[in-house]
Design a protein. Structure first.
Lengths: 574, 98
C-alpha cells in the first residue's frame, strides 16, 4: 500500500498521470499501470462482451488487492443477481459488502412508473452516489450502464448535460470511475457522449470467425498516457478476466549460454555436445509416425529428471494416451506428474479461437513457471486459424517464452513426404533449432532419418542419423555410408554383417598364406643347407688337389735340393 | 372520501434549488385546488437524508412519490405541467373542478 502511494507520488512529482491498478491480469501492462486515477473511464461494447464483469472485477480486485473500497451502481442487474454472477469467479460479494469494502446500489428506473412534469435534474443520483462513496470511503466507482437512464427518462437535453456534469463531478470527487456503455451503430456508445467526456476509453468486442469466438480488447483513447494500441485478446474463465498483451513484446530479451539436454545423448553430441541453449525454441518436424511426440516426451522426461519444471500442451492426444505410449519406450511420465514437475494440458484446437489458446497457454505458463514448454503439435492449430494467424500467434508465444527464458519445443507435422524447406506454419525461420525427421524408404521398409536442419549459435553435425525407437528409449545411430550410398535399417545391418563375414574370411586367408610362406622358407632353408654341404665337399676336393700339388711340389723341391747337394759332394770329392 | 383513499405524497427536493422551490409551490397549489383536505404532503430534503435516495429509488430531483393510493407512482420535475401532474397523481380534473 505504502509502496503504491510512493509510486503515485513519484508519478505526480514527475508530472505523470497517476494511475490506478485494476488488478486484472494483463490490463495493467497494456495501460502501463492501470486506469487514470481519479478520472472516469468508459468501457464500451456490445451485449455479452464482458463489460459488467470487467467493471465488477475492477471493484472487487481494488477492494481485495489494493484496499480501495468501491461503489458499484447497477442500472441493469440487481445486487443479488450480481452476487450470483460473480460467485462463479470465486468472489464473495456479500462478504465484501458486509466488510464495507463494496457497496452495491441498484438503480431502478421504470418508464411506466415515472411521469415527467417539468424541469428536473439528476441531483438525486449525485446525492445517492455521493452518499454511497462517503459511507465507505470509496476510491473506485462503477456505473453500469448509465445509458439506461435514457430508456427511463425522456428529456434528452437534461440527461446529456447531467451526464456531462456527472463526469465532472466524479473527477472532483477524485474517484477512479468506470462507466460502461452499450455500443452504438456508428459510434462507441449509443448516445455518442460518454466517449468524449471520458479520459480513457476501452472497447470490448466479441468477434466470431469460423464459428469460433474471440474476445478482444482495445484501448481507443487514453488522455495523457501512452498505451498499447493493438487489439488484445482476453479470456474470461474461473479466475476472471485475463488480457494478453501479446503484441507489445520486443526483441530485447536476454539470452543464455546455458545448455539443456535434449534427452537423447547421441542427439546432444550431434548438437555440439551439450544439447539446446536454454531459452531457445526448437522445432521438430516430420511426417506422421516419425516419432515427434517421442522426442518431445523424452525431452520433457530428461529435464524433469534434472528437476526442471515442464508443461506439455497436447493438441492431439490425451495425457493418458501419451503416458501409456511413452511407457512403451521406457519413459515414465506419470512419476513426474506425481512429483509436480510435469503438467499436461490437453485441448482440442477447436475448443476455442487461436488467441484464446494463446491466452490459455500464457496463463498456465505464468502460473506454473516452467523451465520448458512443449507444444504437440502446432500444426493442429491450423484448424482454427489461417497459416498467417498461426504464425503470428507462435511468434508472439516464442517472444514471450524467450523473454521469460523458457525453452520451448514445437512439433509439426509435415503433410507430404517430399522434402519441405519450409514448414507449413512458416515458423522454421523463427526457431533457433530445427530437427527434421524424414522417412527413408528402401528395400521394402521405412526407416527414420534425423537431420539437424539448423541450430543457431552452435556447431552441429551435418550428417543424417538413423533415428531408432527401441524399448529402452530413443537412439541415434550413424547411417552406413557404403559404396552403394546411405544405408539404413536392415540394409545397414545386413551390410555390417556382410562386412564382418568378409573380415573373418580375410583373416582365414591371411593365416593360410602365412603358413605357406613359412613352409617355403623351411624348404629353401633345407635347400640352402644341402648346397652348403655340397659346396663344402667341392671345396674339400679342391683343397685336396691343392695340397697334393703342394706336396708334390715340395717333394720335387726336396728331391732337387737333394740332387744339388749330392752333386756338390761329388764335385768336392773330385 | 374515506381515509383509505387519502393521498399520501412525499416530495423529495434538493435544498433550495430553483426547481425544488418551484415544485413545492406548484404542488401546494395543485393539492389545494384538487385534493383539498384529502392529502398528506411530506417534504424531504435529500441533502439532509441522503440514505433515503437509495431506499426510495430516487434519481432525478425534484421527485414526488405517491405512496397512496397504490400503486406507487413517481413524478419528476418542477410540477409546472399541471395536466401531467394530475395524470400522474391519478386525478381526473373534471371530477373535482368546481
Amino acid at each position: 500500500m505504502t509502496k503504491k502511494i510512493n509510486k503515485l507520488q513519484d508519478q505526480k512529482k514527475a508530472g505523470l498521470l497517476p494511475k490506478s491498478r485494476t488488478g486484472i491480469n494483463g490490463l495493467d501492462e497494456i495501460t502501463e499501470g492501470g486506469l487514470p486515477a481519479g478520472r472516469p473511464t468508459l468501457i464500451c461494447g456490445s451485449a455479452g462482451c464482458g463489460k459488467t464483469l470487467m467493471s465488477i472485477e475492477f471493484i472487487v480486485r481494488g477492494a481485495l488487492i489494493y484496499n480501495e473500497p468501491g461503489v458499484f451502481m447497477a442500472f441493469e442487474e440487481k445486487a443479488d443477481e450480481l452476487a450470483v454472477n460473480v460467485a462463479s469467479l470465486g468472489f464473495d460479494l456479500n462478504q465484501l459488502i458486509d466488510d464495507k469494502l463494496i457497496r452495491i446500489d441498484h438503480v431502478h428506473i421504470e418508464r411506466s412508473e415515472i411521469e415527467e412534469t417539468g424541469e428536473y435534474d439528476l441531483e438525486g443520483l449525485f446525492i445517492r452516489l455521493g452518499y454511497a462513496i462517503d459511507s465507505i470511503g470509496a476510491k473506485r466507482v462503477v456505473l453500469d450502464t448509465i445509458e439506461n437512464l435514457f430508456a427511463g427518462l425522456d428529456n434528452q437535453t437534461v440527461l446529456r448535460s447531467e451526464i456531462r456534469r456527472l463526469f465532472q463531478w466524479l473527477k472532483e470527487k477524485g474517484v477512479t470511475a468506470i462507466i460502461t456503455g452499450e455500443r452504438g451503430d456508428n459510434s462507441l456508445t449509443r448516445q455518442g457522449l460518454e466517449e468524449y467526456v471520458s479520459d480513457c476509453v476501452i472497447l470490448l468486442e466479441n468477434r466470431i470467425s469460423n464459428q469460433i469466438s474471440t474476445r478482444l480488447l482495445r484501448i481507443v483513447k487514453y488522455r495523457g498516457s501512452v498505451h498499447g494500441t493493438n487489439e488484445y485478446p482476453f479470456l474470461i474463465d474461473e479466475d476472471g478476466i485475463s488480457v494478453l498483451p501479446v503484441t507489445s513484446l520486443q526483441l530485447d530479451s536476454a539470452v543464455s549460454t546455458e545448455s539443456i539436454s535434449s534427452g537423447i545423448a547421441s542427439l546432444d553430441t550431434m548438437l555440439g555436445g551439450a544439447g539446446f541453449y536454454k531459452g531457445s525454441s526448437i522445432l521438430i518436424s516430420g511426417t506422421a509416425g516419425t516419432g515427434k511426440t517421442s522426442i518431445a516426451s523424452s525431452f520433457a522426461n530428461a529435464n524433469c529428471l534434472d528437476g526442471k519444471k515442464c508443461i506439455y500442451f497436447a493438441f492431439e492426444e490425451s495425457p493418458h494416451q501419451i503416458i501409456r505410449n511413452m511407457r512403451s519406450i521406457g519413459i515414465d511420465l506419470n512419476n513426474h506428474i506425481k512429483s509436480g514437475l510435469l503438467e499436461f494440458h490437453a485441448s482440442r484446437p477447436t475448443l476455442h479461437g487461436l488467441e484464446m489458446h494463446l491466452v490459455a497457454i500464457h496463463k498456465n505458463i505464468k502460473r506454473f513457471k516452467p523451465d520448458i514448454v512443449v507444444l504437440d503439435p502446432v500444426t493442429n492449430l491450423i484448424t482454427v486459424g489461417s497459416v498467417s494467424e498461426v504464425k503470428s500467434m507462435l511468434i508472439r508465444l516464442v517472444d514471450y517464452l524467450q523473454n521469460e527464458g523458457i525453452t520451448v519445443m514445437f512439433t509439426a507435422l509435415s503433410l507430404n513426404n517430399t522434402f519441405n524447406e519450409q514448414t507449413d506454419e512458416g515458423i522454421s525461420s523463427l526457431v533457433d533449432a530445427w530437427l527434421l525427421i524424414r522417412d527413408i524408404e528402401s528395400n521394402g521398409e521405412r526407416n527414420r532419418g534425423l537431420y539437424v536442419m539448423k541450430s543457431r549459435g552452435m556447431g552441429h553435425s551435418n550428417q543424417i542419423r538413423e533415428f531408432i525407437i527401441a524399448d529402452e528409449g530413443l537412439e541415434l545411430v550413424d547411417v552406413y555410408l557404403g559404396p552403394d550410398g546411405v544405408l539404413v535399417g536392415s540394409a545397414r545391418e545386413a551390410h555390417i554383417l556382410r562386412e564382418q563375414t568378409g573380415q573373418a574370411l580375410h583373416g582365414q586367408a591371411v593365416s593360410r598364406k602365412d603358413r605357406e610362406i613359412s613352409r617355403k622358407r623351411k624348404l629353401l632353408e633345407a635347400k640352402i643347407a644341402g648346397l652348403q654341404t655340397e659346396f663344402e665337399s667341392v671345396e674339400e676336393e679342391l683343397n685336396k688337389v691343392y695340397l697334393e700339388e703342394e706336396l708334390k711340389h715340395k717333394i720335387q723341391e726336396d728331391n732337387r735340393r737333394e740332387m744339388i747337394e749330392k752333386r756338390k759332394s761329388i764335385k768336392a770329392k773330385k | 372520501m374515506s381515509n383509505s383513499s387519502q393521498y399520501q405524497l412525499v416530495l423529495f427536493i434538493s435544498g433550495a434549488s430553483p426547481n425544488s422551490v418551484r415544485a413545492l409551490n406548484n404542488l401546494k397549489q395543485i393539492c389545494e385546488i384538487h385534493l383539498k383536505g384529502n392529502y398528506k404532503l411530506e417534504v424531504v430534503d435529500v441533502y439532509q437524508q441522503p440514505e433515503l435516495a437509495k431506499q426510495e429509488q430516487i434519481i432525478a430531483l425534484p421527485t414526488l412519490i405517491r405512496k397512496n393510493p397504490t400503486p406507487t407512482r413517481h413524478l419528476i420535475g418542477d410540477m409546472s405541467d399541471r395536466a401531467r401532474v394530475l395524470r400522474g397523481l391519478g386525478i381526473n380534473p373534471s371530477d373535482i373542478a368546481i
